[in-house]
Write a protein that binds this ligand. Structure first.
Ligand code: AMP
Ligand code: MN
Ligand code: MN
Length: 325
């Protein structure tokens, strides 16, 4: 039984008592965000509920195999006709992470906020936040069991995908005994574990590899060898033919250098905005650093969108990281 049974019961009530939901995950969705969106859709379809799954932009191509992935509406190319009164947000640490999807939240809409980020500010009407969960899908796995619904291979593949990607292939410190026990149960449903690892963690497209090479060419490291960073702009994407989702994983390279405590990736979004991804070897709580810039995340993996030029932002972020070292 869950220790936070009350939150689970409230989430169950939110799902059973209402109908016609909008299901939303964070902008530029990763494996956990996409899988959580679809797992909520799967759960709602078991309950016979109406729902629409959306994201501000497209979902990564390599996730198109997932159950009903083609049903996630890309709002940048297909706007909705109406606003919704019942919203389910997954994997969004704060309200702004829903991006342009929030345009379709009715005034006074009720929000069910399901998330695993310790920095989540509880923006929902109903909050199911489990900071020790490795991924949002882990919470959904527990919610599905709590509601006495029977998993099938499709749903098991969704949960497995979110666990696999948010734990970096069952390697990061969030890979708890519970994660491994859950993964074991999911494999019993016939999930193709090695196939998913190959597709999601091993394979690269040629443009992706070219982008990585180009980014690593500009890798920098602090004098004491404890902070290393790379930066990428739209020109880099254009020259290599890469797309936004190809940025995933680049930040691990500076972090993986022996002796480095914090690895950073700066992605120039526009003339006056930069997205920074932060990864820690363990000593520095990068969620705190990200939060000081209005972002959030986990102790070892966090991010923020910061206003300013690359030249302004890089020294600011380095200074704040140094304060934590
Ligand atoms: P990323 O660097 O985008 O892979 O994100 C690393 C972690 O930080 C993930 O758990 C994200 O959900 C979280 N994160 C990234 N950007 C933000 C942000 N602007 N606000 C809150 N959390 C974020
Ligand atoms: Mn995520
Ligand atoms: Mn997540």
């Amino acid at each position: 039984m869950q220790t936070n049974e009350r939150e689970f019961r409230q989430a169950q009530r939110f799902l059973t008592e209402h109908d016609n939901f909008l299901v939303v995950a964070h902008v530029q969705p990763d494996g956990d965000a996409v899988s959580s969106t679809l797992a909520v859709g799967w759960l709602l379809s078991c309950l016979g509920k109406k729902y629409v799954m959306v994201n501000e932009g497209p979902i990564p191509k390599r996730m198109e195999y997932l159950w009903e992935a083609d049903k996630i509406v890309n709002l940048s190319s297909a706007p909705l006709e109406a606003a919704y009164s019942h919203i389910i947000c997954v994997d969004c640490a704060d309200f702004r992470r829903t991006g342009k999807s929030s345009q379709y939240f009715a005034e006074n809409a009720e929000i069910l906020n399901i998330d695993h980020h310790p920095t989540n500010d509880g923006y929902g009407t109903c909050n199911l936040i489990v900071p020790h969960a490795a991924a949002t899908v882990e919470i959904l796995f527990d919610l599905i069991a709590f509601m006495d619904l029977n998993l099938d291979k499709d749903a098991a593949t969704l949960i497995y995908t979110g666990l696999l990607t948010d734990t970096g292939g069952f390697r990061y410190s969030n890979t708890t005994p519970k994660v491994m026990a859950t993964a074991s149960k999911l494999l019993e449903y016939g999930v193709d574990g090695p196939g998913l690892s190959e597709l999601l963690l091993e394979q690269m497209t040629l443009p992706q590899l070219r982008l990585l090479t180009r980014a690593l060419n500009g890798l920098q490291i602090s004098e004491d060898g404890k902070i290393s960073w790379v930066s990428v702009n739209d020109e880099d994407l254009r020259v290599t033919g890469a797309i936004h989702e190809d940025l995933e994983g680049i930040v691990n390279y500076p972090r993986n250098i022996q002796g480095v405590e914090v690895g950073l990736l700066f992605k120039v979004i526009s003339e006056n905005a930069v997205k920074v991804s932060m990864r820690s070897a363990g000593k520095v709580d990068v969620a705190r650093v990200a939060q000081s810039f209005g972002g959030g995340g986990h102790v070892r993996a966090a991010g923020a969108r910061i206003e300013g030029t690359l030249e302004e932002i890089v020294p600011q972020v380095l200074d704040r990281v140094k304060l934590q070292l």
